[in-house]
Design a protein around this ligand. Structure first.
Ligand code: CDP
Length: 215
């Protein structure tokens, strides 16, 4: 079987950056599962469907055919790499992610990402639901203030505007919805290692993950 490292945690905890760098260091594939929920949200918003309409959102998720190539994401021949990163789409993603049928529709896409020589997968339920057999599971957290600041810098680096107060509110709303939903709520797997990255640099966190992997 293909080895998988799962990294779960709340919004803007640094999972994506760390997962991608750890994957590069190990020569593993990288799965950004949040991007799939963001794609489902973007497609739902553009189709004009009501985000609380479960069957409609599920149908959209089932028909998603995203292409991941050279760190860019394509949907129906359109480059949506930037379009899925707005906070509006993030909030919409956490709405469609609460729909069990949407989660089911995206399950196989995620499982199929486990290809040799290995995979680093980041999200909310990678260790609890999608890859429960993973030998290394990490639950990454950071304080709300640190997370809001990291997300603001990320948005600004992409040339987007960042309103720190609104960001903090969005992150809190999203985290609450992700933790309180019935389907695959955000929580550490029983065998997950907890890592608070509030006072750590990216390099320190990557090293920690690789050290755990080599143990
Ligand atoms: O980048 P950020 O941490 O803000 O969010 P993301 O990882 O792109 O995920 C966006 C939203 O998708 C989350 O708020 C979750 O509601 C949902 N999600 C999920 O339910 N399960 C996953 N495995 C990944 C994301």
């Amino acid at each position: 079987t293909v080895p998988v490292i799962t990294i779960d945690g709340p919004a803007a905890s640094g999972k994506g950056t760390i997962a991608e760098r750890a994957a590069n260091a190990l020569g593993f594939h990288y799965l950004d599962s949040g991007a799939l929920y963001r794609l489902a949200a973007l497609a739902s918003l553009e189709a004009g469907i009501d985000l609380s309409d479960g069957p409609a959102a599920e149908a959209v998720a089932r028909n998603l055919k995203p292409v991941f190539r050279d760190s860019r994401i394509w949907l129906e021949g359109r480059d949506v790499t930037e379009a899925i990163r707005t906070e509006k789409v993030g909030v919409a993603a956490s709405q469609v992610a609460a729909i069990p049928g949407v989660r089911k529709a995206l399950f196989d896409l995620q499982r199929n990402a486990a290809q040799a020589p290995g995979l680093v997968a980041d999200g909310r339920d990678m260790g609890t639901v999608v890859f429960p057999e993973a030998p290394l599971k990490i639950f990454m957290t950071a304080s709300a203030a640190v997370r809001a600041e990291r997300r603001a810098k990320q948005l600004e680096a992409r040339g987007l505007k960042a309103d720190r107060e609104a960001l903090t509110r969005d992150l809190e709303e999203r985290d609450r919805r992700d933790r309180e939903r019935a389907a695959a709520p955000l929580k550490p797997a029983e065998d997950a290692k907890l890592l608070d990255t509030s006072d750590m640099t990216i390099e320190e966190v990557v090293k920690k993950v690789l050290d755990w992997w080599q143990l």
